[in-house]
Structure formats: C-alpha cells, structure tokens
Design a protein around this ligand. Structure first.
Ligand code: ARG
Length: 265
C-alpha cells in the first residue's frame, strides 16, 4: 500500500541553538550536504511508489525540516503540534495551516506535543512518548480528537528525547525499539504488547537507527545502523539504508523528516 508523506526541504537548515544533546551550534552543519542527503531520502520514498507532498520551508525555522514534529494525522484528521521550546513554536501553526488550507479537519492543540515525534500510530492503538517534549495531557487530547486508544510510554534518556528516536512501527502490529530508552514500567508494557518486537542495541540507537520508516515491507533506515539492518533482513524486510549524517547533527534521522498523512479508514 503506497503511503503519503509530507516533507520540508532543509533550505534554511542550521544548528544554531541546542535543544537536545545531539546539537552543537559551535560545530555547525553543512546545509548543502543536508539538502543533498534529504533529497536522497525523498527519492527513496518515490522509488518505492510512495507519494511525497512538500510544505514550504520558512526562513528562521532551521528545524522545520523535521516534518514528523509538525502534526499527527490519523483517519484523515489532524491533531496539531504545540512545541516545547520557543525556537520551534511557529512551526506548529505553519503545519496546521498547510492541512487546513487543503480541507483537512484540524484540531489546534491545547497541550504541548511534538506531533509524530512522540505519537506513533499502529492499527489499534497510538503509542505516545512523554518525559522530554510531549505532555501526558496531550496524550489524552490526541485520543479524544482521533478516537484511537493512546498508550503512554515514558522516555528516560535525553539522547532519545522523542519516541521516534527510540522506537518505530514495523507494520500496524509490531515494533522495533531500544529498551534502555524507556522507564522500567514502560519496558514492561512494551514487552507485554510486543513479545515479538525487534530489540535494538545501544550501537544502533546511538546512530538514530530507530528513527526509521517502514511500510510493512521496506525499511528506510540510517546507513550506520548495521546490527539492526541485519536483524531486519533476517526477519524478511527489505532494508534501504540512507545517509542523513548532516541532519543527525540536529538530532534527526529519516523518520524525523517524514510526516505520514493517513487518510480515512
Ligand atoms: N532539533 C530538533 C529538535 O530537537 C530535532 C527534531 C527531530 N525530530 C524527531 N521527530 N525526532 O526538536
């Protein structure tokens, strides 16, 4: 089944502030390299037959390339983002406007949440992260607006500040994750819900290997996450490695650059 993604070209990408441990403004980042790598990711989706829509980047919003944070779209309804840090604040309304202008029903959020960075959608439930960015109250708000049960998971390692840096859905029913990124209680929940999950090593997590996108058959994943790639192949997935090292300097990988637009049904 082809998917529909929203992406944002990193035309104004920089690392000029630090809101997560990956970001080092003094070291900077190369925008041209970032754009080239991002284009590789977009091409990989299109080669697989997925549709990519684009939102115009806004000058002065260097993290806007991380489209996953812009909203959560389930069943054709859009739950908007409300960013934890003021540096990214204007991105929430910008993404919400994109959807509103195209006729999607949108919900302007009352509670702090960073879209698909902290909400990962499965067939029956939505997994939601909290601990660094998204407030627990936003989990309830998303559940009310989208009508799908939300399962809250607590993140404990600041390097894995969004749920999508520590876990990704393999399909609508199973996930891959890095257990150490979660609280003891949340690990128990994950073990109970996903006895068959792919467990990632620290090495894979430290190159943002869990920040991957699966369409149920193909997995687009950071090139450096070699153990995880082997395990995915062993499980029968087609692995498509992408090089996004420049965007990792802001703490992002393939999934961060990708907002899935889920239609009705
Ligand atoms: N620099 C961005 C931030 O810290 C990176 C966001 C990455 N996005 C994601 N979905 N994990 O907010």
């Amino acid at each position: 089944m082809p998917k529909h993604f929203l992406m944002c070209r990193p035309d104004y990408f920089t690392v000029e502030y630090a809101i997560n441990p990956w970001m080092h403004p003094e070291a900077g980042a190369d925008r041209d390299v970032a754009v080239r790598q991002w284009e590789g990711l977009k091409a990989a989706y299109e080669e697989l037959g997925h549709e990519v829509s684009l939102i115009d980047p806004i000058e002065g919003l260097p993290d806007m390339v991380f489209a996953a944070n812009g909203a959560l779209v389930v069943g054709g309804s859009v739950y908007g983002a409300r960013f934890a840090y003021p540096q990214r604040g204007p991105e929430g309304p910008a993404y919400l406007r994109w959807f509103a202008e195209r006729g999607y029903p949108v919900h302007g959020p009352l509670h702090v949440n960073e879209g698909e960075g902290d909400f990962l959608t499965l067939d029956e439930v939505i997994l939601a992260g909290t601990g660094f960015r998204t407030d627990l109250t936003a989990h309830q708000e998303a559940q009310e607006w989208l009508g799908r049960p939300v399962v809250s998971l607590t993140l404990v390692d600041p390097r894995f500040y969004h749920l999508d840096t520590a876990l990704f859905p393999l399909d609508g029913r199973n996930v891959a994750y890095y257990p150490e990124a979660f609280s003891e209680g949340s690990r128990k929940v994950l073990r109970a819900m996903f006895p068959d999950a792919v467990l990632a090593s620290a090495e894979d997590a430290e190159v943002l290997g869990l920040n991957a996108v699966s369409d149920g058959r193909n997995v687009i994943i950071n090139a450096e996450a070699s153990n995880l790639q082997l395990e995915l192949k062993r499980r029968g997935y087609e692995v498509i490695p992408v090089e996004l090292s420049e965007l990792r300097k802001a703490g992002g990988g393939p999934k961060c650059c990708t907002l899935e637009i889920r239609g009705e049904n």
